[in-house]
Design a protein. Structure first.
Length: 260
């Protein structure tokens, strides 16, 4: 197996749920490692690994949501959350479908990533000023706002977990509930992107490297580990600390690109 792919799978797993932009790190990682493949194919399949991680981590909640949605029971907590997840998924689905080619081209353009990482960092740091509300409750409005934040995360360097959780925190959610909603929200987004990319691969007759399966497993393992790391940090209300990292890595990568 290509050693670069192993490194990128580990990178994907660790950075998908930590709010530091897995897509941005993958684009930078490919550029620094000289990884030959272009486009978003590799990113999408490594995202499948982290999709498995979130499914395993929240399998009880997901099982209840799917069960209540199938039974059309929207008056339960799980059924209501499932309905709101569907609503929140609409913005990213529309942006991904209509802007697919445009946004996919960004995965071959590392120059944009440092700027987006700095923006992500500033958003994360701003959550230090957010306050939990005793009256917060997920509504159609709050779900849509988080969904819009997720749509922005299609741009490499903008963290999906960072933007969605930051939005939820600013709306008044506590860290643990924000993480649960936002990570479950990532399931249909990643699943949809994976299905579309798989269909493209089938249509073009592209042969997938068998080492991708190992990459998916590695990404899943490290994705689960990153979830275990993040939840306690959210409980301690230290989410903003990741902003310092994003700004640092954004500025450092910009300098490295200029030197090279």
């Amino acid at each position: 197996m290509n050693a670069s792919l192993i490194y990128l799978a580990i990178l994907q797993g660790l950075t998908e749920f930590l709010p530091i932009s897995s897509s941005g790190h993958l684009v930078l990682g490919k550029a620094l490692l000289g990884f030959a493949e272009h486009g978003a194919t590799m990113e999408i399949f490594l995202h499948t690994g982290t999709l498995l991680a979130v499914i395993i981590f929240y399998y009880r909640e997901l099982a209840m949501i799917i069960s209540d949605l199938i039974k059309l029971r929207f008056n339960t907590e799980a059924g209501r959350m499932g309905l709101l997840i569907i609503i929140a998924s609409i913005p990213a689905a529309l942006v991904g479908y209509f802007g697919k080619d445009y946004f996919e081209s960004m995965f071959s353009s590392p120059a944009l990533v440092p700027i987006m990482l700095v923006i992500t960092g500033l958003v994360l740091i701003s959550t230090k000023l957010s306050r939990q509300s005793d009256y917060f409750r997920w509504t159609v409005k709050s779900a849509l706002l988080v969904g819009i934040a997720q749509a922005f995360a299609i741009i490499p360097g903008i963290s999906r977990s960072g933007m969605t959780i930051a939005t939820a925190l600013w709306l008044g959610s506590d860290g643990k509930e924000a993480a649960k909603f936002c990570f479950i929200l990532s399931v249909p987004a990643i699943l949809g992107a994976t299905v579309l990319k798989t269909l493209d691969v089938i249509k073009t007759g592209t042969r997938l490297n068998s080492s991708y399966m190992i990459g998916i497993i590695i990404a899943a393992i490290f994705g689960f580990i990153s979830l275990k790391i993040l939840i306690p940090i959210l409980k301690r209300k230290q989410f903003w600390i990741f902003g310092l990292y994003c700004i640092s890595i954004g500025l450092a990568s910009y300098i490295i690109m200029q030197i090279r």
